[in-house]
Write a protein of this length. Structure first.
Length: 565
């Protein structure tokens, strides 16, 4: 009897399609909760390993967990070393599929089991008016197709032993079987599917246990290809995670290959059949790899940081191209990057005068306090910082456009639009000061006492506003409230009106030359506009919709409040 290639390929196709169907449905019904689960349970190495194992056992795909961790690391939501512990656990979790198949897959009538899953899952998926129920039905359908694919692969090789001279395989060594597993897994992008083919061949007697174990090692290494590809265009942090995944698997698989026969001897001591011995071997060498790498995860992460330097020309810290297609992760990344831009605008605005304004107490009004100090270390000139902020605005606009196109829920779309408003108003606040930066420097260095006095008063008005802004947030757990924002706007408006009246008083007293009047009025106006735009950005970031409506209803006379637009 010849090998039924089409049945084998059909079985493999069913298996891969079912995995994709299950992954997509799980993403729909539990994507947000899964990412939150990964975030909450990756703060300690052991928790990370256990969580990665559980998540992969549920999803039946270490690649999906790996790509999720890439997205979270790229978004700045999860630290690199925490992501590594998750990936270590994912390697162990992916062996669960083998245990299930080896335990029941070759003893049950898979056709009889698969058909009810396909019937119920397919009918409910097609006929249900409930979106969530349809997703659950697709999971059931995927399980049925997975079982059918396994049955096809099993049937295609079950009788091959009668027509194949098994002795011909004796000429192949363990390294060749390992390379086969590596290449095959890299092509089909699934170590689970590779293990199913291997188990089928082992069950049919086409290969022996040592050869199957070598293929399993190769598949373990081949599965890193998906994460490596996902990190090619990513940030340095994502590339470090992908490299860490590769080095972990290389180290683990090298150890497994060197100890191939001793480990199989340990497994055989338990008296398991060949199928169970293979999956036990697969789990054992992954467990040994975790035990080897987990105590060294700190130095390992430091090594990765030295090997992959940050060479990104982008200004953004949290955005990554692959993240835009994952709605919840994209929103987290946009929120973090928006806070980063707000912090940049605030800190660069303090550099608009010469000398720059120093804030000695308080906290930035949004986002976490940077680890390297209260303020962002912007060492370049004001113009260079402004140009960098404009580039960051462009990065956020491009990213949010992609995220908006893939947003599934109206609420997600609304949140993205809100972040776009925050970014736009914050950059307007920066531009207003950029437009008068040269005038402020000129006033201070003019040598004309009245202009120098106005330059000092403008600087005092800026400093007073930002001192109060930094005092408004006692710690990172607090948000700016409506009363604080109204008070800050009244302060900015009051200083603007005072300076405006004094400029006209000096004009009437003939103390100002005509060519300086327009510049002074323009600087005064743009400083207030900068404050108003910044407060609008902060209000949109921190206040609820009903509070923004209160701002919109407030009068626009002297002492006006920020008016959302």
């Amino acid at each position: 009897m010849e090998l039924d290639y089409w049945r084998l390929l059909a079985g493999l196709g069913f298996f891969l399609f079912s995995m994709s169907l299950i992954e997509g449905a799980l993403e729909q019904v539990s994507g947000r909760s899964l990412r939150q689960f990964l975030r909450r349970n990756s703060d300690r190495p052991i928790k990370g390993v256990l969580s990665g194992t559980v998540a992969t056992a549920i999803l039946q795909s270490s690649s999906v967990v790996g790509l999720l961790m890439l997205a979270l690391v790229g978004a700045g939501v999860v630290q690199m070393r925490n992501a590594l512990s998750m990936i270590f656990g994912a390697n162990l979790g992916t062996t669960i599929t083998g245990w299930i198949v080896a335990t029941i897959g070759f003893t049950l009538d898979l056709d009889a089991l698969a058909l009810p899953f396909i019937a119920v899952g397919g009918l409910v998926s097609a006929l249900s008016s409930s979106r969530q129920l349809a997703q659950y039905a697709r999971i059931v359908l995927g399980l049925g197709l997975l079982l059918m694919g396994l049955q096809f692969m099993k049937a295609s090789v079950s009788d091959l032993i009668n027509s194949v001279d098994v002795s011909m395989l004796a000429g192949y060594n363990a390294l060749q079987f390992l390379l086969f597993g590596l290449v095959f897994c890299a092509i089909i992008r699934s170590s689970s599917a590779t293990m199913m083919v291997t188990l089928s061949a082992l069950n049919a007697g086409i290969i022996d246990l040592p050869a199957a174990a070598a293929i399993a090692i190769g598949a373990d290494l081949g599965t890193t290809s998906t994460v490596l590809i996902g990190a090619i265009k990513g940030s340095a942090a994502k590339k470090r995670v992908a490299l860490g995944h590769l080095l972990f698997n290389v180290g683990t698989d090298t150890l497994a290959f060197v100890l191939l026969m001793p480990l199989l001897a340990v497994v055989s001591w338990f008296g398991l059949n060949d199928l169970l011995s293979l999956v036990a071997f697969h789990s054992l060498f992954n467990l040994l790899g975790i035990l080897l790498f987990l105590p060294l995860i700190g130095p390992f992460a430091n090594l990765l940081e030295r090997l992959v330097r940050t060479t990104d020309e982008t200004i953004g810290r949290h955005l990554a191209p692959a993240t835009a297609a994952m709605p919840e992760t994209a929103l987290e990344a946009i929120e973090l990057e928006t806070d980063h831009l707000l912090q940049r605008v605030i800190c660069q605005n303090l550099k608009v005068t010469d000398p720059p304004i120093r804030i000695l107490v308080g906290n930035l009004p949004v986002g976490p306090t940077p680890s390297d100090g209260r303020l962002l270390p912007l060492s370049a000139s004001f113009k260079e910082n402004y140009d960098a902020t404009k580039r960051l605005e462009g990065e956020i606009v491009a990213f949010t456009a992609d995220a908006q196109a893939t947003a599934r829920e109206a609420e997600d779309s609304r949140r993205i639009s809100r972040y776009q408003t925050i970014v736009r108003e914050a950059v307007h606040a920066a531009k207003s000061l950029k437009d008068v930066h040269a005038d402020l420097v000129h006033f201070e260095a003019s040598g004309q006492q009245i202009l120098m006095d106005y330059g000092e008063r403008f600087r005092d008005a800026l400093k007073e506003f930002y001192v109060e802004l930094f005092r408004a947030r006692a710690d990172e757990s607090q948000q700016l409230d409506l009363e604080t924002i109204i008070g800050l706007n009244e302060l900015a408006k009051r200083r603007h009106d005072e300076l405006h009246q004094d400029i006209y008083a000096d004009v009437r007293a003939d103390r100002l030359q005509e060519q300086n009047v327009s510049s002074l009025l323009n600087v005064n106006r743009e400083i207030y506009n900068s404050h108003a735009n910044l407060l609008l950005a902060l209000a949109t970031r921190t206040l609820a919709d009903e509070e923004l409506e209160v701002l919109e209803l407030l009068p626009v006379t002297s002492g006006q409040a920020v008016r959302p637009r």
